[in-house]
Ligand binder design. Structure first.
Ligand SMILES: Cc1ncc(COP(=O)(O)O)c(C=O)c1O
Length: 455
């Protein structure tokens, strides 16, 4: 397949012929907002699909096309769209509390905070935010205040939200990013200035020797190491690598931050923290913990988070605030979601169905001799079109991303929705029948691609 010349125009034509309403809406949206989208991630070529309705595992676009949805709002929806538990929790807030937000502390945030701590950092503290990005920003601010140091180390290819301080070397052009074993900080956004870059250290994921060397070199200036413990939510840090990193950061008193915004409640109930049996100094949560409503959380060492105590004296205090932090809607929807996912057997079911789909997709590709690698744990995975192992960003860049994009457009044409080149996120609303249907449609999409190349 890789050797074949895919006819791009045919793929795009098929996509466009089914999505005329989205094309028109895209033109209208462009008059209102740059690129027609309210978040960069929502854009793709030739134009994004505008959705109109959802239920369980399905979504419908403005043209009336039905899709089995594997975006699940970038993994935020683990019970599926419109889950009863979430609906009831929202109605309960309006019914019994009588408002969406008080602007005061509430009992719900204590109970929910306690349950998150039990799973992610027993004995620690938690602070709620309104998004994953706010959580990672706060985690880094805390680490800086706690250590009195400035520099931030992150891994190449790891995403921590759209904030200047962390927007480097997430998706750098490889030609500008230095050697694989010694990557250079590259700005991902025009507002990331030279000052920020000079405070930034980039590490190569799953290359311990190089990571150790770079960390040792910068140890005295480092405020933290922040990482996605599974790159892109799916590529695991190798066990020895993760253990060595935990040991070295502990020995050198550098706070280790797990950004579990994707992996929390997805790779395991207890996230990557549970998967590796490694407790970071701070973990950032988001997505699933809001049950589909906006949220984020920082959980971690009580002595680090204690800097947030408003009674702390100026000079040592970290000021953090937010009108909607801990709002009852997000807290209640999140609690209902985690309760449902924690019921005996629920997470195992999610895992089993995800594995079935992952294996099914792999089998379709193998039957057609298409080289590929599957990556992912729990309720989320991705497929990389390459014969070489995928261990980090450079490996992803060397996979056939062009073919992958065409495949994803063809999947959309065939009623499978995921954001092109993004990962597959399952939910408890996906049935075994959905998995079988997806496998069939996946096979048809691959065969259509091959036919478009052959004809
Ligand atoms: C690992 C990771 N960190 C942080 C964020 C930012 O979260 P949010 O989009 O809620 O700001 C994301 C979003 O996808 C993420 O995947």
């Amino acid at each position: 397949m890789q050797a074949l010349r895919i006819d791009e125009s045919k793929i795009v034509q098929r996509f466009e012929s089914r999505t005329l309403g989205s094309a028109q809406m895209f033109l209208r949206a462009r008059d209102v907002t740059p690129g027609g989208v309210m978040a960069a991630i929502k854009f793709f070529d030739p134009y994004p699909i505008f959705m109109k309705r959802a239920q369980g595992s399905r979504i419908w676009d403005v043209d009336g096309n039905e899709y089995v949805d594997y975006l699940m709002s970038y993994g935020a929806l683990v019970l599926g769209h419109g889950a009863k538990a979430v609906r009831d929790s929202i109605e309960a807030v309006m019914g019994s509390l009588g408002t969406t937000v008080f602007g005061t502390p509430t009992e719900g945030e204590i109970a929910y905070g306690k349950s998150l701590l039990g799973m992610y950092h027993p004995g620690g503290s938690v602070r709620f935010t309104n998004s994953g990005l706010e959580a990672t920003t706060l985690a880094v601010r805390l680490a800086r205040a706690h250590t009195g140091k400035r520099r931030i180390a992150k891994f190449e290819g790891h995403y921590h939200g759209a904030v200047d301080r962390l927007l480097f070397s997430y998706s750098p052009e490889v030609a500008k990013a230095g050697e694989a074993h010694s990557p250079l900080p590259v700005a991902d956004s025009a507002d990331v200035d030279k000052g920020l870059l000079s405070d930034s250290v980039v590490l190569p994921f799953n290359n311990w020797k190089a990571t150790e060397r770079i960390l040792m070199r910068h140890a005295k200036d480092l405020a933290c190491v922040i990482m996605e413990p599974f790159e892109e939510g799916v590529i695991p840090g190798e066990r020895n690598f993760m253990n060595d990193l935990r040991k070295l950061t502990r020995d050198m008193d550098i706070p280790l931050i797990f950004d579990e915004v994707k992996t929390g409640f997805r790779v395991r109930l207890g996230g990557a923290t549970e998967f590796y049996s490694i407790v970071p100094d701070i973990a950032c949560l988001g997505k699933i913990i809001g049950g589909g409503l906006p949220i984020g959380a920082v959980v971690g060492e009580a002595d680090i988070l204690s800097l947030l105590d408003p009674r702390e004296k100026q000079g040592t205090r970290v000021f953090h605030s937010g009108t909607f932090n801990g709002n009852p809607l997000s807290i209640n929807a999140g609690r209902a979601t985690i309760d449902a996912l924690s019921r005996p057997g629920a997470f195992d079911l999610l895992r089993r169905r995800t594995d079935r789909l992952k294996d099914g997709i792999s089998a379709v590709l193998a039957e057609r001799d298409i080289p590929h690698q599957m990556a992912g744990e729990g309720g989320m995975f991705n497929v990389y079109l390459t014969s070489k192992p995928i261990r980090n960003y450079r490996d992803v860049k060397n996979s056939d991303l062009r073919l992958r994009r065409f495949l994803d457009l063809e999947l959309i044409t065939n009623g499978i929705y995921l954001k092109p080149e993004n990962r597959y996120c399952m939910s408890l609303a996906h049935s075994d029948d959905d998995v079988s249907l997806t496998r069939e449609r996946f096979a048809r999409s691959v065969d259509n691609l091959a036919a478009s190349a052959a004809s």
